[in-house]
Design a protein around this ligand. Structure first.
Ligand code: SF4
Length: 481
C-alpha cells in the first residue's frame, strides 16, 4: 500500500517555517514506514520559500480597518494575508504524483480546518478512489465538523501512537514515538525540533493540552532520540528545540536527557520555544539549564493578573518571574515572556497593567503576545455546535476576534502594536530613525508607524487612544529616554 502523509498549505498573515516542524505528521510517517508501508511526507507550508499574497478572507474583512496600506517596520500590524504553500489544486496534483492508495491529512490546528477540507476536495476530484484519512489535533477537537463534508473516509481521533496503529490493525504503542526534524540551516547552525514528553498534569482552562494529550506525562524512549542525534553530521553547530508542553514536570528525566545529548555532541545548544513554565524554575535550575547549553528562555506566563489567573485555574508567581528574568538580564541571556490577552472579564486596564509590568523586566526580556482564541471543547466553549455556524478562521490568534466580549478587536490590535513598540525600545541596534519613531510615540502618547514611500512616521488610523494614553502615562520614562 502506498501512502502520502500531507500537511496542507497554511493561509494566515504569518507563518514561521522555523517553527513548522510538524512533529505529529513525522510521527505518522515513521509509524507507517515502520509497519512496512511505502510512505511519503509532504509538508506543504515548507515547500516554497516565498508565500503568495491572497485576498483577505471575507470572514475577517473587519480587520481591514486596522491594516495600514504599505505599512512596514518593527511596530507594524499585519499588512497582507498569505498562503504558505501551493494552491490546493497544485497540492492535490503533487499528492497524486505519488500514486497513493491512501492519503493521511494532518490538521494540526482547528483554525486551519478549511485547508484540510480544500485539499481533500481537490484530491477526490482527481481520483475519488483515493482513500483520505484525517488526523491531528485540529481534527481530534471537533471531528464532526469534517464528517459532513463527505471528503474524508475516516477521521482518526487521538494520538497517532494509539489510533493509527489501531487503524492499521497493529498493537498500540506504549510510549510516544520520538521524532527529530530539521527546521532550518544557516551558515553556522542547523536547527532541529524534537520532544521528550507529552501531556501536562495542570489544567489551565484556556489550554487544550490536557484535553488532547492527557494529564499524565508520558516520556519518549530517549535512547531512540539519542541514536537519531548521533546520526547528525556534526560539522555545523546544532540548536535543538524541544516542543514539549511541560517538560519541567519531569525535571530529572529532562536533565538526564540533556546531559546524555551533550555527551554525544558537547557543542549542542537547547531551547524550548513553545514555552516553559517559569513556576517550576528557580535560580539553581535556571543555572543548570544555562550550563547545559540553554541560550534563550521562552516563558509562557498566561497572565500577570491574579484575578484572571484564578478564573483560569492557574497561579501567578510574579516575584519568581522577576527574579528569573533579572538573573537572565544580568547574564545577557535573552528571555521572551509570552502572555495571553482577551480573557473573559479582562479589562483594558488589566491588559495595560500586564504590559507595563512585563515592559519593566529588563533590556534582554522581550514580550510575546498571543490573542485569546478558543479550542472547541475547552471550558466555556464546550458547545461545539457554535463552531459549525462560523468560520474556523476566526479561531486564528491573528484574527483578533473578541471571543469573550471583554477586549474588542481594536483593543487587542492596539495591545499588539504596543507590545511591538516595547520590544523595539529594547533593541540593541537602534538607529536614529527608530529612536525618533519611539520618541515621537512616547512624547505625543500616540501610535505612529512607518509606511513604505513616506519619509516620516504616520499616525496609525485605527486604535484605542485611551488605551495608548493609559500605557504611556504608566510606563517608566527610562524605557525610551
Ligand atoms: S498552559 Fe501549560 S501548564 Fe497550563 S495546562 Fe497548558 S501546558 Fe499545562
Amino acid at each position: 500500500m502506498r501512502c502520502v502523509v500531507a500537511v496542507p498549505p497554511i493561509e494566515d498573515f504569518y507563518y514561521t517555517p522555523h517553527r513548522g516542524s510538524f512533529l505529529g505528521a513525522h510521527i505518522v510517517n515513521s509509524i507507517l514506514k515502520e509497519h512496512g508501508y511505502e510512505s511519503h511526507l509532504i509538508c506543504f507550508p515548507n515547500l516554497y520559500k516565498k508565500p503568495k499574497k491572497i485576498p483577505l478572507p471575507k470572514e475577517i474583512s473587519y480587520l481591514s480597518d486596522f491594516i495600514v496600506n504599505k505599512e512596514t517596520g518593527p511596530i507594524s500590524f499585519f499588512s497582507s494575508y498569505k498562503r504558505f504553500g501551493p494552491d490546493y489544486k497544485d497540492a492535490a496534483h503533487i499528492v497524486n504524483s505519488y500514486k497513493p492508495d491512501i492519503v493521511f491529512i494532518s490538521c494540526f490546528a482547528f483554525c486551519y480546518a478549511m485547508s484540510s477540507i480544500y485539499l481533500a476536495e481537490e484530491i477526490k476530484k482527481i481520483d475519488p478512489g483515493i482513500e483520505i484519512v484525517l488526523g491531528g489535533t485540529g481534527a481530534s477537537v471537533f471531528p464532526e465538523y469534517y464528517e459532513d463534508t463527505g471528503f474524508f473516509d475516516d477521521i482518526l481521533i487521538g494520538l497517532a501512537e494509539h489510533v493509527l496503529t489501531n487503524f492499521l490493525g497493529m498493537p498500540k504503542k506504549d510510549k510516544p514515538v520520538p521524532a527529530l526534524v530539521k527546521t532550518k540551516t544557516t551558515k553556522k547552525w542547523r536547527y532541529y525540533s524534537s520532544y521528550l514528553t507529552r501531556g501536562c498534569p495542570r489544567n489551565c482552562k484556556f489550554c487544550s493540552v490536557p484535553m488532547l494529550h492527557g494529564r499524565k506525562l508520558e516520556t519518549i524512549d530517549k535512547y531512540i532520540l539519542e541514536n537519531k542525534i548521533k546520526e547528525i553530521d556534526s560539522k555545523k553547530g546544532i540548536f535543538l528545540n524541544f516542543e514539549d508542553d511541560n517538560v519541567l514536570y519531569k525535571w530529572n528525566f529532562f536533565i538526564e536527557s540533556l546531559k546524555e545529548i551533550k555527551n554525544i555532541n558537547k557543542d549542542i545548544m537547547f531551547s524550548c520555544e513553545n514555552g516553559i513554565d517559569y513556576r517550576l524554575l528557580d535560580e539553581r535550575r535556571l543555572n543548570e539549564l544555562i550550563n547545559l547549553g540553554f541560550r534563550q528562555f521562552n516563558f509562557s506566563i498566561g497572565t500577570t493578573s491574579k484575578k484572571i489567573a484564578l478564573e483560569q485555574d492557574r497561579t501567578v508567581d510574579l516575584s519568581r518571574l522577576m527574579s528569573l528574568t533579572e538573573i537572565l538580564d544580568k547574564k545577557q541571556i535573552q528571555a521572551i515572556v509570552y502572555f495571553i490577552s482577551g480573557f473573559p472579564r479582562e479589562s483594558i486596564e488589566d491588559a495595560i497593567f500586564n504590559l507595563i509590568l512585563l515592559s519593566g523586566l529588563g533590556k534582554n526580556v522581550r514580550i510575546g503576545l498571543s490573542l485569546f482564541y478558543p479550542i472547541p471543547g475547552i471550558p466555556g466553549f464546550e458547545n461545539k455546535d457554535q463552531f459549525k455556524k462560523i468560520s474556523p478562521i476566526l479561531l486564528c490568534s491573528s484574527s483578533a476576534w473578541p471571543w469573550n466580549n471583554s477586549l474588542s478587536t481594536e483593543d487587542m490590535i492596539t495591545l499588539f502594536r504596543l507590545v511591538r513598540l516595547v520590544n523595539l525600545t529594547k533593541r540593541k541596534d537602534l538607529d536614529n530613525f527608530y529612536a525618533e519613531l519611539i520618541k515621537r510615540c512616547f512624547k505625543e502618547k500616540r501610535l505612529y508607524t512607518l509606511v513604505r514611500g513616506k519619509e516620516n512616521p504616520v499616525e496609525v488610523g485605527c486604535y484605542n487612544k485611551y488605551m495608548v494614553k493609559l500605557f504611556f502615562d504608566g510606563i517608566k520614562e527610562d524605557l525610551w529616554s
